[in-house]
Design a protein around this ligand. Structure first.
Ligand SMILES: [Zn+2]
Length: 80
């Protein structure tokens, strides 16, 4: 499984939004690589990047997190 696939799977299954630091820690991927991957995810309609407090509780500051767009996914499935 490639690193983008690992991140994609984690975000889809967790139903939460995580910052690049947490994704890198959970999956043991270099943080710079995580940032590159989530940046490209953020360009798709499947994922969205927002600034909020990470549910991973790595920090109390607002951070840029990546979230899987589950509403879109259920909409897409309903249309099939
Ligand atoms: Zn975090």
């Amino acid at each position: 499984m490639t690193n983008p696939e690992k991140i994609c799977d984690l975000l889809k299954s967790s139903n939460n939004a995580y910052c690049d630091d947490c994704l890198g820690r959970f999956l043991e991927i270099n943080r710079h690589e995580v940032r590159t991957i989530t940046s490209s995810f953020g360009l798709t309609t499947e994922f969205e990047k927002t600034s909020t407090i990470c549910p991973g509780q790595c920090s109390t500051r607002e951070k840029l997190v990546t979230r899987y767009n589950s509403k879109l996914q259920s909409f897409v499935q309903a249309g099939r």
